[in-house]
Design a protein around this ligand. Structure first.
Ligand code: ADP
Ligand code: G6P
Length: 483
């Protein structure tokens, strides 16, 4: 197989420098956790940003950082504070992210951000072009690098280029709001294969291609002069066995080896066996619908006071994009809501919401997944949502209920979950009641279907399907050029 290089804004590890000590920390987010499990199979490099501003890196350390990253087959694209401000916080997260998640009121239309986006995409493309050798393949990821496929194709037309979008692709009526919509589509069309999580995103993309560029589409192919571009849906999976095995291992640990969190969770249930836990895990992002989740939990306690004192919501919010205004405001809103729920329903022995604003080690995530009776996954928009799949994989006893937003890509694969509209607070509150009182037999029946499906289409299968399609499109291109 050809070497495949990965290009994404964020590397699977981020750098932390402490008194000249260089530490690699795993990056959070679906792209990093998913691709981390597969990229080493491709014998290529992963090109991306290590998470630090280059202005903050001592010149003496640059060489050591690069060496350390290379041990993980990673190559860094260094970004200055200004580039982070204008390209990462800016056009990526203040323009494209809200646009593609249907938050039109949050979009920043500043042309300076666009200029920086073009410049930094070129920087990533140049780094990839330096790394590429004849016969290599390249797989570019996500919305921060929408222009890179075209930048590579125009310099090296013989290189096979794949692109996968990890977030939703919006409908044409939303995309057209953006002054630079044509440029974005043009950039993506540099790829030979374009992948989305769901068929709906693929359909939206086709409609934009047709209406903005006028290209003809037949079945899942776009023909532009002598090139064929294949567009398809590849719903991303998780490393199922990793979660399942870790969850199995946790229950086999002797008491003295259990983490502090695990012992606290066991203590919680010991106080009263009919106590229940609800889990909420996300990056602190406005697309995740966290405020409505808290409102729905409050409504549930109000409507069903017999559960007060017996049900706790564990809310884990991972710090994310903390220098972007709407994320700062969201943090305040969530903290206020948590305070309100705890103030209204709590007492000296009972805290309704346990709120953690931090990242947690993998072991703790597994402990939470395996201990909580219900997972509350209510994004207002989400490309896929891997947390829902990780919860399913960690339920070794096959119980547990997922309350899931119909706006998450993952809902298409999880019909057995309790599906809700994330803006319907009463519906979420009712689903909480239904989940907490669902008979164990019914839980198992639903969970067995979910587990079978998520296990079958795991992250390895997802990646291999994408790579197989890349080889197919490569063969089509070669045969067209041979004619
Ligand atoms: P997104 O990509 O938008 O962040 P996903 O649900 O698809 O949403 O992916 C989130 C990923 O981040 C999951 O793989 C999850 O395990 C990981 N994650 C979420 N919260 C934490 C946390 N507190 N600590 C470590 N990893 C986390
Ligand atoms: C989502 C995006 C990823 C991004 C991740 C974390 O999963 O699709 O591209 O890496 O969020 O966000 P961050 O801005 O910290 O990289």
């Amino acid at each position: 197989m050809n070497r495949i290089h990965i290009v994404s804004n964020r590397l699977p590890v981020s750098i932390n420098v402490n008194d000249d000590q260089i530490e690699l920390i795993p990056s959070v987010g679906g792209l990093a956790t998913g691709m981390r499990s597969v990229y080493k199979e491709y014998n290529g490099k992963w090109i991306g940003w290590p998470g630090l501003a280059s202005d903050d890196i001592d010149d003496k350390l640059v060489g050591r950082i690069e060496e350390k990253l290379l041990e993980e087959d990673c190559i860094s694209v260094h970004l200055s504070k200004k580039e982070i401000d204008l390209y990462y916080d800016g056009f990526s997260n203040r323009t494209i992210w809200p646009l593609f998640h249907y938050f039109a009121q949050y979009i920043d239309y500043d042309p300076e951000l666009w200029e920086a986006f073009v410049g930094v995409n070129q920087k990533f493309a140049d780094k990839a072009l330096e790394t590429l050798e004849e016969g290599d393949t390249i797989w570019i990821h996500d919305y921060q690098l929408l222009l890179v496929p075209e930048m590579i194709k125009s310099k090296k037309p013989n290189i096979t280029v794949g692109f996968f979008l990890h977030i939703p692709f919006p409908s044409f009526e939303v995309l057209r709001i953006l002054p630079w919509r044509k440029e974005l589509i043009q950039g993506m069309l540099g790829a030979d294969l374009i992948g989305f999580h769901t068929y709906d995103y693929q359909r939206h993309f086709f409609s934009s291609v047709r209406r903005l560029m006028g290209y003809e589409i037949s079945f899942n192919q776009i023909q532009i002069e002598d090139r064929i571009i294949i567009v398809d849906a590849f719903p991303m999976g998780i490393d199922y066995d990793k979660f399942k095995n870790a969850a199995t291992g946790i229950f086999q640990k002797p008491l003295q080896e259990k983490s502090k969190l695990h012992r606290e969770l066991e203590k919680y249930f010991l106080l009263s066996p009919d106590r229940k836990l609800i889990l909420s895990i996300d990056r602190l992002d406005y697309s995740k619908g966290i405020p409505n989740r808290l409102r729905a939990f409050a409504k549930f306690l109000e409507e069903y006071p017999e559960f007060v004192g017996k049900v706790t919501l564990i809310m884990l919010a991972v710090p994310s994009r903390g220098t972007v205004e709407h994320y700062v405001n969201l943090k305040k809103e969530v903290e206020e809501l948590v305070g309100n729920v705890n103030g209204q329903f709590g007492n000296i022995n009972y805290t309704p919401v346990w709120y953690f604003y931090r990242s947690m080690p993998f072991e703790n995530l597994i402990e939470l997944y395996s201990s909580c009776d219900v997972a509350l996954v209510t994004p207002v928009r989400d490309g896929m949502n891997l947390v829902a799949k990780e919860y399913v994989a960690s339920r070794t006893n096959r119980t547990g209920v997922i309350i899931l937003s119909e706006m998450a890509g993952v809902a298409k694969e999880m019909g057995e979950a309790l599906i809700i509209n994330p803006n319907n607070i009463s519906e979420i509150a009712e689903s909480i009641k239904q989940a907490l009182t669902m008979p164990l037999d019914e839980q198992r029946e639903r969970m067995i279907f979910l587990q079978d499906r998520i296990k079958r289409y795991d992250v390895f299968k997802w990646a291999s399907e994408f790579v197989k399609s890349l080889s197919k499109v490569e063969r089509i291109q070669n045969s067209m050029h041979a004619k």
